[in-house]
Design a protein around this ligand. Structure first.
Ligand code: ACO
Length: 428
């Protein structure tokens, strides 16, 4: 294969190097384009064809439905690893030894106390506030109680910031839910595993001895692993671009949480459940909703379907669908919502509209069904996604800073008015 690409503009040829990744993906390196062509830029709204960075964290092949963290397949990790091991793998590049994992967990536990004054901020939110807004604000507020920036020249400082946020974020997540439910805040129990403790902090009741349900713990562990990273998606790109101004880790994460909230991204898991419930309330008429999704005059989209990168089955959706079946069976739940989801999936996979556009179920199509079986309120679904994505965001932020990437600052093609004279207000 040639190792350069040639662009011809107005009869003049410009050569640009081709760069190859370890999985043989090829990119045209256009760094010198603007300077060489006297100001010409590329235009790619939504960045469908633009690589924003080189990254060694996650590989995904949307055509083949492959997803790997640091070279390990998502299927193997979901089956054999636990969430904290995966977090370590994503952030530091290798699976931890027993000792490394133990130290990592202990350091996280030591850092899981949140300043009491953060309660005051939490208490100032109305109960009706969406937990994603509260989580984003509280994560941002943590900067007031911790150094606002991290000395990235020091691995130790970087490590300390990482264990701090991994310790504090689950507390904030649990508190956002407890606040909504009017429950006293809970710090969990240090003797529990990371994921077990998240559940305890969320579900313990002041008048009842808390006992962990292994089915819940395993299900949540798997869901968090499946959400842990997904290369340069909207929220991760937000974290990287925010951090590229050398803004601190916590505020970069707060920006990522806000980006995740939208229904086209992480907010889809809540939107899927709302859609499935609406279909159920409407008599279970899936055909009607399929028709709406295909109608170009109707803004309705089949939530949980389609993906910017996967033009094949999202490998995470396969794992989650199986997990949903297993969890519901183990808990002895027969949920008509799951049946509606399966029916909708079957119809969509056979429908030419969805087939032609390569629209398959994505990770969020079945995750809500599991969260619902675990009694997690719908408004918390995207918050659960955020806690899963946390190690990915951290890993991507750390990589960006260690690679000393320049500030993210795209160009634009201006299409507004050309120069005109100011008109005084009395003459307008
Ligand atoms: N329902 C109906 N039609 C759809 C859907 C859908 N869910 N998704 C895409 N399409 C159609 C579009 O209307 C478009 O049709 P056209 O070519 O006739 O105009 C075509 O498929 C391509 O869609 P785009 O929006 O251009 O694809 P894009 O890559 O920009 O968007 C996205 C991907 C945002 C995920 C989209 O598929 C969507 O809105 N899905 C529903 C929301 C969702 O589930 N989001 C979660 C994504 S996974 C995650 O973030 C964890």
């Amino acid at each position: 294969m040639a190792n350069t690409a040639t662009i011809e503009i107005g009869g003049k040829k410009y050569e640009f190097p081709l760069v190859e990744g370890t999985e043989k993906e090829v990119a045209i390196d256009i760094k010198s384009l603007r300077a060489a062509t006297n100001g010409i830029i590329t235009l790619d709204s939504g960045y469908k064809n633009t690589g924003s960075c080189e990254s060694a964290i996650t590989f995904l092949d949307g055509e083949k439905g492959i997803l790997r963290y640091r070279g390990y397949s998502i299927e193997e990790l979901a089956e054999k690893a636990d969430f904290l091991e995966v977090a370590y793998l994503l952030i530091f590049g290798e699976l931890p030894t027993k000792d490394e994992l133990e130290k990592f967990h202990n350091d996280i536990k030591k850092n899981s106390i949140v300043d009491e004054d953060v309660h005051k901020i939490l208490n100032a939110f109305p109960k009706a506030a969406h937990p994603m807004g509260v989580l984003s604000s509280l994560t941002s507020a943590l900067t007031a109680f911790n150094p606002s920036s991290v000395n990235v020249e020091s691995e130790e400082d970087m490590y300390n910031a990482i264990v701090k946020i991994l310790g504090k974020m689950p507390v904030l997540v649990a508190w956002t839910m407890r606040k909504k439910q009017g429950l006293p805040l809970d710090y969990g129990d240090d003797s529990l595993g990371y994921v077990e403790n998240i559940l305890k902090m969320m579900f313990s009741k002041p008048n009842h001895k808390y006992e962990n349900n292994k089915i819940y713990v395993d299900a949540l562990d798997k869901l968090l692993i499946l959400h842990a990273d997904h290369e340069q998606n909207c929220s991760t790109s937000t974290v990287r671009i925010t951090g590229s101004s050398h803004a601190g880790l916590f505020v970069s994460l707060a920006a990522g949480i806000s980006a995740l909230w939208g229904p086209l991204h992480g907010g889809a898991n809540q939107a899927v459940l709302e859609m499935l419930e609406a279909i159920k309330a409407d008599g279970g008429d899936t055909a009607k909703y399929m028709a709406k999704a295909k109608d170009k005059n109707d803004p309705f989209r089949l939530m949980g379907f389609g993906h910017r990168v996967y033009k094949n089955f999202d490998p995470r959706a396969r794992i989650i669908k199986k997990a949903a079946d297993e969890v519901l069976e183990a808990l002895g739940i027969e949920d008509p919502i799951l049946e509606i989801a399966k029916g909708l999936e079957k119809e969509a996979l056979e429908d030419p509209y969805f087939v032609e556009r390569k629209l398959y179920p994505n990770v969020d199509f079945y995750s809500g069904v599991i969260y619902r079986a675990m009694n997690i309120p719908q408004e918390m679904f995207t918050v659960m996604f955020a806690i899963g994505r946390l190690p990915g965001w951290i890993a991507q932020w750390r990589e960006m800073r260690l690679r000393k990437e320049p500030i993210g600052r795209p160009r634009q093609l201006y299409i507004g008015e050309t120069e005109r004279s100011f008109v005084p207000i009395e003459k307008r």
